[in-house]
Design a binder for this molecule. Sequence first.
Ligand code: FAD
Ligand code: 2HG
Ligand code: ZN
Length: 506
Amino acid sequence: MFTSRQIARRIPLRSPRRWAHSLPQLNSVTKEDLAHFSKILPPSAILSTLSATPTPASELEPFNNDWMNKYHGKSTTVLKPRNVKQVSEIVKWCNERRIGIVPQGGNTGLVGGSVPIKDELILSLSNMASIRSFDDASGILVADAGCILQSLSDYLTPLNHVVPLDLGAKGSCQIGGNVSTNAGGLRLLRYGSLHGSVLGLEVVLPDGTILDQLTTLRKDNTGYDLKQLFIGAEGTLGVVTGVSILAAPAPQASNNIMLALPKFDNVLPLYREVKKQLCEILSAFEFIDRTAYDLGVKHGQGRALDSEVVEGAECFVLVETSGGNREHDEEKLNNLLESLLDVDHPLINTGVLASSPAQFSSLWAIREGLTEAMSKEGKPYKYDISVPLHKFKEVVDKTRDHIKEMGLLHDGAVKYVVGYGHVGDGNLHLNVVASEYTPEIEAALEPFVYELVATYRGSVSAEHGIGVMKTHALQYSKDATSIELMKRIKHLFDPKGIMNPGKVLV
Ligand code: FAD
Ligand code: 2HG
Ligand code: ZN
């Protein structure tokens, strides 16, 4: 085990300017390229400031800026193909001409992976949004990569199935983006990771070849499972155009409960007890620290809990059950609540059990709205980390102390250091909410946070990915051999380095 000081010496950090130098030499899109693209796509599918009738730069802005407005690209051109053949022709041309491509889904990524670093071409999947098939016996759904997660969910609801993935960005993120980031979300505890539920993919490789692995088989042990490479590749190995995924039977009854805890130390014993008592019906166990809760409420995310619930609470836990029988599940939850309170040293102060669908949604809105609340409050530095569960609070406290020691914990710099996340997955979202994104605050946080994570042998990215934000931090969670193998895989698929340059590996 290395101490943080040793790690700092072992791993030389590279400044952002130096990463830019290690980008491959790529060409900008020209008018000649546009002339070629207009043979593949109708005019309505080409947005470009270089066109004969130029698209106003303001129309390109939403594609060039990320959700947090932290990362900014300068692309002149966005293409919106409708089918895999068009994607293949565009990618083939870009490969021959050495033009960088940024595949873009809903642009809700939180690590700057979905926007260009310079003027790479943006390939938006938003026009590829058809459901290809659904088999209600097997539960297998095949869809275009550009389908929005919420629309897939709406499609499956009357068919008594659910997408095995849910996240706060569901109204905008696309299934292709979810697969490409290996998104975790709010119910990974129940449905597992996309590495398990994605059964097949259709991918356009960097030379334009269409890799058709869009199988609908639950079991297939014929050699290497190539699709796994694209799950979480963040667009660096190819463009995902189709996804085959195993939908789950819709729960017949869902309940949730918000528990107020007097101290963080109770979270783990509570988790043990909740698992023991709720067993197969437990579907989410989410953690919110007090400051995060207060900010969520301040910015109108969900209905505030009654003051007597909130009083004296150091943190909150949202527990969800999904099962097959309402009475049975409610009885289990009520028994849980009673047993949690009816002891000499209760783990919780109190709890709010949702008694209507509106209350169920409102409790979830508090948790799901935290990301938006942080952005409404200021400029959040987001550290999406895996650390041992009992270290969640320590990480938040140590980071706050460090920022304070650096003289940066005041209104003009860092306003809040908060934590929330997926206890069931060991995934903490450490958010450092500042007034502005400044090099001084970034230097105070990095490598500090990454070193801290490394001391716990954690991961610098539990679910959001590496993108451009963490290329220099990958080495805190992956050894040199793994990174070297990743580079070889990247080179094998994309020898010219056109796919999402400057992301994940530099
Ligand atoms: P984008 O942001 O467009 O792209 C993300 C990355 O994938 C980029 O590198 C891009 O190049 C690549 N990409 C996109 N589409 C393709 C494609 N078809 N082929 C190849 N590469 C592609 N993430 C979680 O894991 N869990 C959460 O709970 C969660 N909650 C969130 C809540 C909010 C409010 C917000 C704003 C974000 C949240 N995120 C969460 C992050 C984000 O929503 C996910 O990473 C999501 O999967 C990104 O999907 P997208 O379609 O927006 O992809
Ligand atoms: C969540 O779990 C998302 O809400 C976003 O992964 C986390 O806002 C964040 O940092
Ligand atoms: Zn999350």
